[in-house]
Design a protein around this ligand. Structure first.
Ligand SMILES: NC(=O)c1ccc[n+]([C@@H]2O[C@H](COP(=O)([O-])OP(=O)(O)OC[C@H]3O[C@@H](n4cnc5c(N)ncnc54)[C@H](OP(=O)(O)O)[C@@H]3O)[C@@H](O)[C@H]2O)c1
Length: 235
Protein backbone atom coordinates (compact mmCIF):
# COMPACT_ATOMS: atom_id res chain seq x y z
CA UNK A 1 0.00 0.00 0.00
CA UNK A 2 1.59 3.31 -0.88
CA UNK A 3 2.09 5.48 2.16
CA UNK A 4 -0.01 8.12 0.44
CA UNK A 5 -3.10 5.92 0.93
CA UNK A 6 -2.79 6.47 4.67
CA UNK A 7 -3.26 9.81 6.38
CA UNK A 8 -3.03 9.11 10.09
CA UNK A 9 -1.31 6.85 12.61
CA UNK A 10 -1.62 6.24 16.34
CA UNK A 11 1.45 4.89 18.11
CA UNK A 12 1.32 3.85 21.75
CA UNK A 13 4.45 4.12 23.87
CA UNK A 14 5.69 6.89 21.60
CA UNK A 15 7.95 8.87 23.94
CA UNK A 16 10.98 6.56 23.81
CA UNK A 17 12.28 3.27 22.43
CA UNK A 18 10.63 1.64 19.46
CA UNK A 19 7.50 3.78 19.68
CA UNK A 20 9.37 7.08 19.33
CA UNK A 21 11.33 5.71 16.37
CA UNK A 22 8.18 4.39 14.67
CA UNK A 23 6.36 7.70 15.27
CA UNK A 24 9.27 9.61 13.76
CA UNK A 25 9.38 7.33 10.72
CA UNK A 26 5.66 7.84 10.10
CA UNK A 27 5.90 11.63 10.41
CA UNK A 28 8.77 11.59 7.91
CA UNK A 29 6.56 9.57 5.57
CA UNK A 30 3.93 12.32 5.75
CA UNK A 31 1.38 10.84 8.13
CA UNK A 32 -0.28 12.80 10.89
CA UNK A 33 0.88 10.88 13.92
CA UNK A 34 -0.74 10.74 17.35
CA UNK A 35 1.82 9.57 19.90
CA UNK A 36 0.57 8.23 23.19
CA UNK A 37 2.39 7.57 26.49
CA UNK A 38 2.16 8.56 30.17
CA UNK A 39 5.14 10.87 30.63
CA UNK A 40 3.94 14.15 29.07
CA UNK A 41 7.29 15.89 29.23
CA UNK A 42 9.12 13.18 27.30
CA UNK A 43 6.20 13.02 24.89
CA UNK A 44 6.50 16.78 24.26
CA UNK A 45 10.21 16.37 23.55
CA UNK A 46 9.52 13.77 20.83
CA UNK A 47 6.62 15.84 19.52
CA UNK A 48 8.85 18.91 19.24
CA UNK A 49 11.41 16.92 17.30
CA UNK A 50 9.03 15.04 15.00
CA UNK A 51 5.82 17.04 14.73
CA UNK A 52 3.65 14.25 16.13
CA UNK A 53 0.62 15.15 18.22
CA UNK A 54 1.16 14.11 21.86
CA UNK A 55 -1.52 12.31 23.85
CA UNK A 56 -0.52 11.93 27.50
CA UNK A 57 -2.59 8.91 28.51
CA UNK A 58 -2.09 5.73 30.51
CA UNK A 59 -3.25 2.88 28.26
CA UNK A 60 -4.52 0.97 31.29
CA UNK A 61 -7.02 3.79 31.98
CA UNK A 62 -9.72 2.66 29.57
CA UNK A 63 -11.95 5.71 30.09
CA UNK A 64 -9.09 8.13 29.38
CA UNK A 65 -7.96 6.05 26.41
CA UNK A 66 -11.47 6.04 24.98
CA UNK A 67 -11.74 9.81 25.37
CA UNK A 68 -8.31 10.41 23.83
CA UNK A 69 -9.07 8.54 20.62
CA UNK A 70 -12.74 9.42 20.27
CA UNK A 71 -13.40 11.18 16.99
CA UNK A 72 -10.02 10.24 15.55
CA UNK A 73 -9.88 8.49 12.18
CA UNK A 74 -6.79 6.33 12.48
CA UNK A 75 -5.48 4.48 9.43
CA UNK A 76 -2.43 2.85 11.03
CA UNK A 77 -2.64 1.65 14.63
CA UNK A 78 0.61 0.60 16.30
CA UNK A 79 0.06 -1.24 19.57
CA UNK A 80 3.55 -0.86 20.98
CA UNK A 81 3.28 0.21 24.64
CA UNK A 82 4.03 -2.61 26.97
CA UNK A 83 5.46 -3.30 30.34
CA UNK A 84 7.41 -6.43 30.93
CA UNK A 85 5.71 -7.68 34.06
CA UNK A 86 2.02 -7.51 33.27
CA UNK A 87 1.77 -6.91 29.53
CA UNK A 88 -0.58 -4.63 27.66
CA UNK A 89 -3.19 -6.98 26.32
CA UNK A 90 -6.25 -5.14 27.60
CA UNK A 91 -5.21 -1.86 25.97
CA UNK A 92 -4.48 -3.62 22.68
CA UNK A 93 -7.97 -5.13 22.73
CA UNK A 94 -9.63 -1.82 23.61
CA UNK A 95 -7.79 0.12 20.90
CA UNK A 96 -8.82 -2.47 18.32
CA UNK A 97 -12.40 -2.23 19.56
CA UNK A 98 -12.30 1.57 19.34
CA UNK A 99 -10.47 2.06 16.04
CA UNK A 100 -11.02 -1.02 13.89
CA UNK A 101 -14.71 -0.32 13.09
CA UNK A 102 -13.66 2.96 11.44
CA UNK A 103 -11.07 1.12 9.37
CA UNK A 104 -13.69 -1.42 8.32
CA UNK A 105 -16.08 1.35 7.35
CA UNK A 106 -13.43 3.19 5.34
CA UNK A 107 -12.15 -0.11 3.90
CA UNK A 108 -8.63 0.99 4.75
CA UNK A 109 -6.31 0.31 7.64
CA UNK A 110 -3.26 -1.38 9.07
CA UNK A 111 -2.90 -2.73 12.61
CA UNK A 112 0.66 -3.32 13.77
CA UNK A 113 1.04 -5.24 17.02
CA UNK A 114 4.40 -5.46 18.77
CA UNK A 115 4.64 -8.86 20.41
CA UNK A 116 7.90 -10.51 21.45
CA UNK A 117 9.83 -13.73 21.05
CA UNK A 118 8.50 -14.29 24.59
CA UNK A 119 5.10 -14.88 23.00
CA UNK A 120 6.45 -17.57 20.69
CA UNK A 121 9.12 -19.38 22.66
CA UNK A 122 9.50 -20.54 26.22
CA UNK A 123 12.51 -19.48 28.20
CA UNK A 124 13.18 -18.27 31.69
CA UNK A 125 11.43 -14.96 32.23
CA UNK A 126 8.20 -13.31 33.25
CA UNK A 127 5.34 -15.75 32.91
CA UNK A 128 2.63 -13.09 32.53
CA UNK A 129 4.69 -11.38 29.84
CA UNK A 130 5.01 -14.63 27.86
CA UNK A 131 1.29 -15.28 28.20
CA UNK A 132 0.14 -11.79 27.17
CA UNK A 133 2.54 -11.64 24.24
CA UNK A 134 1.26 -15.03 23.06
CA UNK A 135 -2.22 -13.52 23.22
CA UNK A 136 -1.06 -10.55 21.12
CA UNK A 137 0.18 -13.07 18.54
CA UNK A 138 -3.12 -14.93 18.44
CA UNK A 139 -5.10 -11.68 18.37
CA UNK A 140 -3.11 -10.53 15.36
CA UNK A 141 -4.01 -13.72 13.48
CA UNK A 142 -7.64 -13.44 14.57
CA UNK A 143 -7.99 -9.83 13.40
CA UNK A 144 -7.13 -11.03 9.89
CA UNK A 145 -10.09 -13.39 10.03
CA UNK A 146 -12.40 -10.81 11.56
CA UNK A 147 -11.68 -8.33 8.77
CA UNK A 148 -11.74 -10.71 5.83
CA UNK A 149 -12.82 -9.06 2.60
CA UNK A 150 -11.77 -5.61 3.79
CA UNK A 151 -8.57 -3.88 2.76
CA UNK A 152 -7.24 -4.05 6.29
CA UNK A 153 -3.82 -5.46 6.99
CA UNK A 154 -2.43 -6.80 10.25
CA UNK A 155 1.27 -7.17 10.98
CA UNK A 156 2.75 -8.69 14.09
CA UNK A 157 6.28 -7.51 14.83
CA UNK A 158 8.02 -10.07 17.00
CA UNK A 159 11.32 -8.70 18.28
CA UNK A 160 14.18 -10.37 20.04
CA UNK A 161 16.44 -8.11 22.07
CA UNK A 162 16.24 -4.46 21.07
CA UNK A 163 18.28 -1.66 22.61
CA UNK A 164 15.76 0.36 24.65
CA UNK A 165 14.96 1.30 28.24
CA UNK A 166 12.85 -1.79 28.82
CA UNK A 167 15.31 -3.76 30.95
CA UNK A 168 16.30 -0.71 33.00
CA UNK A 169 12.64 -0.04 33.75
CA UNK A 170 12.23 -3.65 34.84
CA UNK A 171 15.08 -3.21 37.27
CA UNK A 172 13.45 -0.13 38.81
CA UNK A 173 13.99 2.72 36.37
CA UNK A 174 16.57 4.60 38.46
CA UNK A 175 19.73 5.87 36.74
CA UNK A 176 21.65 3.08 38.50
CA UNK A 177 19.16 0.49 37.27
CA UNK A 178 19.41 1.83 33.74
CA UNK A 179 23.19 1.54 33.89
CA UNK A 180 23.01 -1.96 35.37
CA UNK A 181 20.60 -3.03 32.64
CA UNK A 182 22.87 -1.57 30.00
CA UNK A 183 25.90 -3.40 31.43
CA UNK A 184 24.00 -6.69 31.77
CA UNK A 185 21.92 -6.85 28.62
CA UNK A 186 23.45 -4.58 26.02
CA UNK A 187 27.09 -3.63 26.57
CA UNK A 188 28.62 -6.90 25.34
CA UNK A 189 25.90 -7.82 22.85
CA UNK A 190 25.02 -6.81 19.33
CA UNK A 191 21.31 -6.05 19.70
CA UNK A 192 18.69 -4.96 17.20
CA UNK A 193 18.19 -1.18 17.20
CA UNK A 194 14.92 0.74 17.30
CA UNK A 195 15.68 1.92 13.76
CA UNK A 196 15.84 -1.71 12.58
CA UNK A 197 12.31 -2.16 13.95
CA UNK A 198 10.99 1.06 12.38
CA UNK A 199 12.59 0.09 9.05
CA UNK A 200 10.82 -3.29 9.12
CA UNK A 201 7.48 -1.61 9.82
CA UNK A 202 8.09 0.85 7.01
CA UNK A 203 8.68 -2.11 4.69
CA UNK A 204 5.48 -3.85 5.82
CA UNK A 205 3.37 -0.71 5.38
CA UNK A 206 4.90 0.08 2.02
CA UNK A 207 4.27 -3.39 0.60
CA UNK A 208 1.75 -3.47 -2.24
CA UNK A 209 -1.87 -3.27 -1.14
CA UNK A 210 -2.52 -6.92 -2.00
CA UNK A 211 0.30 -8.06 0.31
CA UNK A 212 -0.17 -8.59 4.03
CA UNK A 213 3.06 -9.18 5.92
CA UNK A 214 1.56 -11.09 8.81
CA UNK A 215 4.50 -11.86 11.05
CA UNK A 216 8.01 -10.48 11.17
CA UNK A 217 10.40 -12.05 13.67
CA UNK A 218 13.34 -9.70 14.08
CA UNK A 219 16.21 -10.92 16.19
CA UNK A 220 19.87 -10.09 16.62
CA UNK A 221 21.94 -12.43 14.45
CA UNK A 222 23.72 -13.65 17.57
CA UNK A 223 20.51 -14.39 19.49
CA UNK A 224 18.73 -17.68 18.82
CA UNK A 225 15.09 -18.50 19.46
CA UNK A 226 13.98 -20.88 22.16
CA UNK A 227 15.80 -21.68 25.31
CA UNK A 228 15.61 -25.38 25.82
CA UNK A 229 17.38 -26.21 29.04
CA UNK A 230 17.76 -29.67 30.49
CA UNK A 231 18.23 -29.77 34.23
CA UNK A 232 19.85 -32.91 35.64
CA UNK A 233 18.63 -34.19 39.04
CA UNK A 234 19.62 -37.31 40.89
CA UNK A 235 17.58 -37.07 44.14
N1 LIG B 1 13.29 -3.99 23.99
C1 LIG B 1 13.17 -5.28 23.76
O1 LIG B 1 14.18 -6.04 23.82
C2 LIG B 1 11.84 -5.87 23.38
C3 LIG B 1 11.82 -7.18 22.88
C4 LIG B 1 10.62 -7.73 22.49
C5 LIG B 1 9.46 -7.00 22.58
N2 LIG B 1 9.48 -5.72 23.09
C6 LIG B 1 8.22 -5.00 23.12
O2 LIG B 1 8.34 -3.82 22.37
C7 LIG B 1 7.43 -2.82 22.84
C8 LIG B 1 8.17 -1.51 23.06
O3 LIG B 1 9.16 -1.73 24.04
P1 LIG B 1 10.46 -0.85 24.21
O4 LIG B 1 11.57 -1.80 24.38
O5 LIG B 1 10.52 0.22 23.16
O6 LIG B 1 10.14 -0.25 25.66
P2 LIG B 1 10.54 1.09 26.41
O7 LIG B 1 11.76 1.71 25.83
O8 LIG B 1 10.54 0.72 27.85
O9 LIG B 1 9.29 2.03 26.08
C9 LIG B 1 8.02 1.70 26.54
C10 LIG B 1 7.05 2.78 26.07
O10 LIG B 1 5.74 2.41 26.47
C11 LIG B 1 5.17 3.48 27.23
N3 LIG B 1 4.28 2.91 28.23
C12 LIG B 1 4.56 1.96 29.16
N4 LIG B 1 3.49 1.73 29.92
C13 LIG B 1 2.50 2.54 29.46
C14 LIG B 1 1.16 2.77 29.85
N5 LIG B 1 0.60 2.12 30.87
N6 LIG B 1 0.44 3.69 29.15
C15 LIG B 1 0.99 4.38 28.11
N7 LIG B 1 2.24 4.18 27.69
C16 LIG B 1 2.99 3.29 28.38
C17 LIG B 1 6.37 4.20 27.84
O11 LIG B 1 6.12 5.57 28.16
P3 LIG B 1 5.63 6.05 29.62
O12 LIG B 1 6.40 5.26 30.64
O13 LIG B 1 5.89 7.52 29.66
O14 LIG B 1 4.18 5.74 29.66
C18 LIG B 1 7.34 4.13 26.66
O15 LIG B 1 7.02 5.12 25.71
C19 LIG B 1 6.81 -3.41 24.12
O16 LIG B 1 5.55 -3.95 23.80
C20 LIG B 1 7.78 -4.52 24.50
O17 LIG B 1 7.16 -5.54 25.23
C21 LIG B 1 10.66 -5.15 23.49
Amino acid sequence: MPFSDYRTALVTGANTGMGAEIAEMFTKRGLRVYGLARNAERLREVAGRTGMTPLAVDVTDTAALTEAVSGLEIDVLVNNAGVSATGNLRAVLHLCRLLLPGMVERDLGHVINISSIAGHYNFYGHTAYHATKAAVHQLSRQLRNDTIGRRIRVTEICPGRVETEIFGRNLGGTPEAMQRAWDTYYADFESVTTKDIADSIEFAVESPRHVNLGLMEIMPTFQVPGGLEFVQRKD
